[in-house]
Design a protein around this ligand. Sequence first.
Ligand code: PMV
Length: 312
Amino acid sequence: MQTGVGQSHAKIILIGEHAVVYGQPAIALPIFAVQARVTVTLEPALQTPQIKSTYYNGPLEQAVGQMQGIRRLIEQLWHALDPNLTPFELTIESNLPPERGMGSSAATAVAIIRALFATYHQELSQQRLLKLAALSENLIHGNPSGIDAATTGATTPLWFVKGQPLQPLPINLKGYLVIADSGQKGQTGAAVKSVQNQMMSNPEQTQPLIDHLGYLTQQVARNIAQNELTVLGANLNRAQLDLRALGVSNARVDHLIDVANQTGSLGTKLTGGGRGGCIIALAATQSAADDLAQALSAAGAIKTWIQPLHAL
Ligand code: PMV
């Protein structure tokens, strides 16, 4: 039985979201504890390819709505990789919450591409992987910077500038990042669009916010290199002020951020597109991170994760 497995993981943006769309740098981290896995098995006896997943079970050709991008991606790869067009079963297992800024759609695309290439024993370069992932991401998000696909397929944190080669940014800090899911779907598309509108209607106020986010991202890279956890936290707080001024936060996200800051977070901000989704909070010790996770859950976060920042 010919079969192939592909894996990927969640990501979070430490700093630089939204500004990254306008050419500023962003720093993103792979979250290895939250995984997506895709298994492909060739099934010559089937009539057509079948998909098994939490959101959809059935023939590939009938996968619509949210599955549209994934379907196009699979069809394109199948036609490119298998001259015989042998039907298959493709199973998607993912622990990534959808639409929370953790890269769910990109992680699924990356795992699918890896699984199909493994099934047909084809070499897959990082460049090819990202180009293919962009196919489905463009359908879902409109005009993504590519940071999600890059980080869900990466083995290290990344310094990401749109259109430039990816740069690994090793992190070895004595600290922990608490990620909390607000329980509200993020609205990346709408938030990106509203920043774009502000950029056109009010560039005098909007451009400086974007530039300042870029400056803060540069500072955070320096803080990482110099192991300055407290200063790093302060820079995350400053970034949140800019994001709020851009109008991409919302009341629920702001509430969770206030709770984290009152519980001793060294720095707290939204992560990803915003208007829902997840927040991140910085802690110096495991027990401070546990306290933050507990306080955020009590304040309404539906799930929390703790990501150590050493040896990433
Ligand atoms: O919501 P997410 O995790 O897909 O992140 C979006 C990040 C933005 O900078 C807001 C948009 C982009 O394409 O980079």
